[in-house]
Design a protein around this ligand. Structure first.
Ligand code: AP5
Ligand code: MG
Length: 219
């Protein structure tokens, strides 16, 4: 099963994906997390991606496509895609790659949320640099303030691209390049589940589960 999660920065893609993979036993493939791991490992790919990520711009399509096609294949095509595709070129390439393997996207979930909510979520987000767990200083607090629940003693950090000036560019990039992916899918006749992602986490996931459960039952 292939599920695609679309939505602007801070919509809750990563947060919802963690719940989806537990229920349906899928791999969570976040292009942003993969790039951050490459950076942490000091690889050539990580070094190349750094300048784009830190300035809120998209990493070039060819680099991302190569990275994600390999990762999806390694997951046996059973995955939730978080942050990919992010351009129409990436979306078309994903369709092509899946079709060559006799597969297709099973569900497209579009998390819709207003800019003021995004700002609050992004400025309050803290994450664990070791396990990638995501928290929020108001809405998803760790048990011990500033420390990861799972990696005892590990301090939480703020992502470098979560600074207000970079967030502004990320949002602009989203509206200029990524929002069109929704249009690409509707023009090609693929159903999109639009969800009000400004609601509490449990409400959002309940709607996502309802949709995916119906797909699983129909298989
Ligand atoms: P990426 O890491 O994908 O960042 P993003 O798309 O900007 O999304 P975020 O991870 O910031 O937000 P999210 O939707 O996952 O929200 P989260 O669940 O954390 O990409 C980073 C960079 O990598 C890009 O800018 C680009 O340079 C590069 N890149 C990546 N993919 C690429 C691609 N395909 N092509 C080219 N370049 C690419 O939630 C946010 C906060 O809100 C958390 O604190 C959470 O606790 C809280 N929260 C979540 N949901 C709720 C809720 N319902 N109620 C209350 N609080 C909530
Ligand atoms: Mg994320």
């Amino acid at each position: 099963m292939v599920i695609v999660l679309l939505g602007p920065p801070g919509a809750g893609k990563g947060t919802q994906c963690k719940r989806i993979i537990e229920r349906y036993r899928l791999a969570h493939l976040s292009s942003g997390d993969i790039l951050r791991n490459e950076r942490a490992g000091g690889t050539e790919l990580g070094k190349e991606a750094q300048q784009y990520m830190d300035s809120g711009k998209l990493v070039p399509d060819q680099i991302i496509i190569e990275m994600m096609v390999g990762t999806i294949a390694a997951a046996g095509g059973n995955c939730v895609l978080d942050g990919f595709p992010r351009t129409v070129v990436q979306a078309a390439e994903l369709d092509k790659e899946l079709a060559e393997k006799g597969k297709k996207i099973d569900a497209i979930v579009n998390l819709v949320v207003d800019n003021d909510i995004i700002e609050r979520r992004i400025t309050g987000r803290r994450s664990c640099p070791v396990c990638g767990a995501v928290y929020h200083i108001d809405t998803m607090k760790p048990k011990s303030e500033g420390y990861c629940d799972k990696c005892k003693g590990q301090k939480l950090v703020q992502r470098p691209d979560d600074k207000p000036d970079v967030l502004e560019i990320r949002l602009k990039t989203y509206h200029e390049q990524t929002a069109a992916v929704v249009g690409y899918y509707s023009n090609s006749g693929q159903e999109i589940l639009n969800i009000d992602a400004g609601r509490p986490v449990d409400d959002v996931i309940a709607r996502v589960f309802k949709k995916i459960d119906s797909l699983v039952t129909a298989r």
